[in-house]
Design a protein around this ligand. Structure first.
Ligand code: SF4
Length: 346
């Protein structure tokens, strides 16, 4: 029965929640992982695209119940990286062979639409980097102005497609509003990345299957997921992940099979659950790596979850490390911007 479903997903047949649950409990993991790796190779090639991430502000007005930089966490040392240091890091990224920068922060109102537009324009004028912004829910006008300034992509995870679970995790947010933001971004011609947390407290396999199918329904250019890891200074401090690590990797593999042309990053959180986590993810469907490029002085203060790797490494160390990993995996470095494979202009 499992093997038949795997054959069906490989042939591109429509999947149901029951089918996905069946794949998530698939005992022959090796054949699932092999199918995902082949799908990645056949559709996306062997290149791994490097997108350096700069966590430029850890200040957030929101209070998501799983997040270590939530506004109510008084233990964190707040910071904002000066623009000149962000620009300096972007220059270095070009030397390191990165082709994209991801500018990520909490929902920090200090960064107005105009401030970020100016930053985007200067990065575009001074580097060849593609720019992804990940600064939370903003209005249509902000997305329009940033696109005009040169922003290529936007990353906004929906985190869970289940409205009740969403509310239990996000006291300040509404799933409907978040989905509207994703639609607005798409309508503006911006490449859209989204995704979810795996194993939120009390999550069921059926809810996870819905999240997986929802990514395909959204026709995302990039799908970013990571395991839920309880942070001690949050209301979810004592909550275990609802699943075991096999489910995390199976989720990546199924997403690849369902979305042959989407970029899928090996997110940092996989290294927090297993030192080789990101390498395994890259062999089970992923094709993007997001090395931490946040200047070292700030890294320890941007921990959405505990045990985050690369806190004590410099950005130079991370650049060297990632290239070694790519080589060991027998893969190649993507040397173009790594725009959406669904984008007809590519
Ligand atoms: S998940 Fe994002 S919006 Fe929520 S508290 Fe953390 S940084 Fe803020």
């Amino acid at each position: 029965m499992h093997t038949t479903i795997l054959d069906h997903v490989k042939q591109g047949q429509t999947m149901t929640v029951e089918n996905i649950v069946s794949l998530l409990t698939f005992p022959e993991v090796d054949s699932l992982y092999q199918a995902a790796n082949e799908c990645r190779h056949n559709n996306m090639g062997d290149d791994i695209y490097l997108r350096g991430i700069i966590e430029f502000s850890n200040i957030c007005i929101k209070n998501c119940n799983y997040c270590g930089i939530r506004g109510s966490n008084t233990e964190i040392v707040p910071y904002r990286i000066p623009d000149k240091d962000i620009l300096n890091t972007c220059q270095k990224m070009v030397d390191w062979g990165y082709t994209s920068v991801v500018l990520q922060s909490g929902e920090d109102p200090f960064y107005t639409t105009e401030k970020l537009a100016k930053l985007i324009m200067v990065i575009k004028e001074t580097t060849p980097l593609a720019i992804t912004l990940s600064v939370g829910e903003r209005d249509e006008e902000a997305y329009r102005i940033w696109k005009k300034a040169g922003m290529d992509r936007y990353l906004l995870r929906f985190e869970t497609s289940d409205p009740k679970l969403f509310k239990a995790c996000h006291p300040d947010d509404d799933l409907f509003v978040r989905l509207e933001c994703l639609e607005t971004l798409r309508n503006k011609g911006i490449q859209v990345g989204s995704g979810f947390l795996i194993g939120l407290p009390n999550e069921t396999l059926e809810q996870l299957a819905h999240d997986i199918l929802f990514c395909t329904q959204l026709n995302l250019d990039m799908i970013g997921i990571g395991p839920f890891i309880a942070h001690p200074n949050t209301p979810f401090a004592d909550q275990p992940n609802s699943f075991n690590s096999d489910i995390f990797y199976k989720t990546i593999a199924i997403l690849r099979l369902l979305n042959p042309l989407a970029h899928i990053p090996a997110t940092t959180a996989f290294d927090a659950i297993d030192p080789n986590g990101r390498d395994l993810v890259l062999q089970r469907g992923a094709n993007v790596f997001m090395p931490n490029a946040t200047p070292m002085a700030y890294r320890e203060h941007y921990q959405l979850y505990p045990g985050k790797p690369c806190i004590t490494e410099s950005s130079d160390d991370c650049a060297g490390c990632v290239k070694g990993r790519i080589k060991r995996l027998g893969r190649t470095l993507g040397n173009d911007a790594g725009h959406s494979f669904k984008n007809p202009l590519r």
